[in-house]
Design a protein around this ligand. Structure first.
Ligand code: MG
Length: 453
């Protein structure tokens, strides 16, 4: 025996019996002096834990204070006043997520223990047998994040503490600059630099330069498609992107990091050639060069250039990109956390990235709710391999609906440090902004061919 246990007073059989029984208290008694033995029966207040709490009900709250559909899940518990909030925002199909919560997951969750987040995730993930797509993953994320929120409130700690504590002072962010001309775009980049931002994503017009080309597309003249369908001239886009990088780099200097989102809108070889041309302007990263259907092109891209690549806004499941991460074929994880099912899978992806020097860059536009942005930020604070965070500046309307919204100073995002995720919802305010059911991602070439966004 390595431990200094005096077994001389009992025979060998009695001693072995006691040790084999594995009784913690029995062993503790043997290891401790008599005074400590008496004290060991008194549990200090900080070690008492919290009494068990069950889920009472789960409901979805849909609201659009800034025009984008947002869906929030509220998990209410058997403990009066204790509830959690999670983001379930699939803005393009919001009412489908509301139905998944109301018609299926409320019943599935009621009566379960609020503490067992991993078990809830695993059981809900397979509860419809076929693996989740974006609707069910968003619904699951709402529940997952709400349970993390509840766990933080029960522990009286912000969620980042439960994920390991802070690795940094705040969350370094990038801002979006867009303009109709390189000159106006560069002015906007300088404005963000003056506010303290060290990273700015640049683009001309909408994604793919949409809205900056005046010509009338042939398909529209021919009455093909719908009036609201968007038109993209891929040739003009490919010419203009190096021009804006050149102009902004020359006029704004080397102190700012420049980012750009291709948004999967060009053919794979065009994307590779474009990124090679951008190499001289030292981009911080280029985002989503290929649609999810074109993942095998990553090997060609890596062989052609060393520009850092962010990827993954359209991913639904880690199995779609695990091998690409492990093969170091991209550098930043661009996942939309509610799209993959919440904090629980996002932490696994972040930890996996640490092994392969792949950093986080969670999706964070205005169609992620303030609750979802809080989830992004709590992970950003807690994981070592944080890369950068997309920022969104909340309007007064959104702040009235969601007390505890994130704030920005000197290019950093700061969270509300209240226990849990730190963001609440004012349901009366939320009801003032009903959601809509129209969304338009139809994008066409001049002849009318659909471009995959
Ligand atoms: Mg994107």
């Amino acid at each position: 025996m390595k431990n200094n246990i005096d077994l001389s007073g009992m025979n060998r059989r009695e001693a072995m019996k006691l040790l084999a029984a594995g009784s913690a208290t029995g062993l503790l008694g043997l290891f401790s002096p008599p005074e400590a033995r008496a004290e060991s029966h008194v549990t200090p207040s900080w070690a008492k834990g919290v009494p068990p709490v069950k889920i009472k009900s789960v409901k979805a709250i849909a609201t659009a204070p800034e025009g984008s559909n947002l869906v929030i899940v509220k998990v209410e518990t058997t403990e009066p006043g204790l509830y959690g909030l999670g983001c379930a925002t699939f803005t393009q199909r919001a009412t489908a997520v509301v139905s998944a919560i109301k018609d299926y997951l409320n019943d599935f969750c009621a009566g379960k223990d609020v503490d067992n987040i991993e078990d809830m995730w695993q059981s809900a993930y397979v509860s419809s047998y076929w693996r989740n797509g974006p609707v069910l993953n968003n619904a699951l994320c709402g529940i997952d994040e709400a349970l993390w929120d509840i766990k933080g409130k029960r522990a009286n700690m912000p969620v980042y503490q439960l994920l390991g504590g802070k690795c940094r002072i705040a969350v370094d962010c990038y801002a979006h600059a867009s303009g109709p001309t390189p000159e106006i775009l560069a002015d906007r980049v300088r404005q963000f630099m003056d506010q303290g931002f060290r990273h700015v994503r640049i683009q001309l017009g909408g994604y793919g330069g949409v809205g900056t080309v005046e010509q009338k597309p042939d398909y529209r003249e021919a009455g093909f498609g719908r009036e609201e369908d968007m038109f993209m001239d891929q040739g003009i886009y490919l010419k203009r992107v190096p021009e804006i990088f050149d102009y902004v780099r020359k006029t704004c200097g080397e102190k700012v990091e420049l980012l750009h989102d291709i948004h999967e809108r060009i053919d794979p070889l065009d994307a590779i050639n474009l990124i090679k041309r951008l190499e001289q302007y030292r981009p911080f990263f280029i985002e989503d060069p290929f649609s999810p259907e074109n993942m095998l092109w990553f090997r060609n891209l890596r062989a052609a250039t060393t520009v850092p690549i962010a990827m993954g806004e359209l991913f639904n499941n880690i199995n779609e990109f695990r091998d690409y991460m492990a093969d170091r074929l991209f550098d930043y994880i661009r996942v939309h956390i509610s799209q993959i099912g919440g904090i629980t899978p996002a932490m696994k992806i972040a930890r996996l990235g640490e092994w392969f020097s792949v950093k986080t860059a969670w999706h964070g536009p205005g169609d992620v709710s303030p609750v979802g942005h809080a989830a992004n930020a709590h992970i950003d604070l807690a994981v070592w391999n944080f890369g950068i965070q997309e920022s969104h500046f909340w309007s007064e309307k959104a702040q009235a609906v969601f007390p505890g919204c994130q704030t920005y100073k000197n290019g950093y995002m700061y969270i509300n440090e209240a226990p849990g995720l730190g963001v609440d919802i004012n349901e009366k305010e939320a009801a003032k902004y009903p959601i809509g059911t129209k969304s338009n991602w139809t994008l066409r070439k001049g002849d009318g061919t659909i471009i995959r966004p």
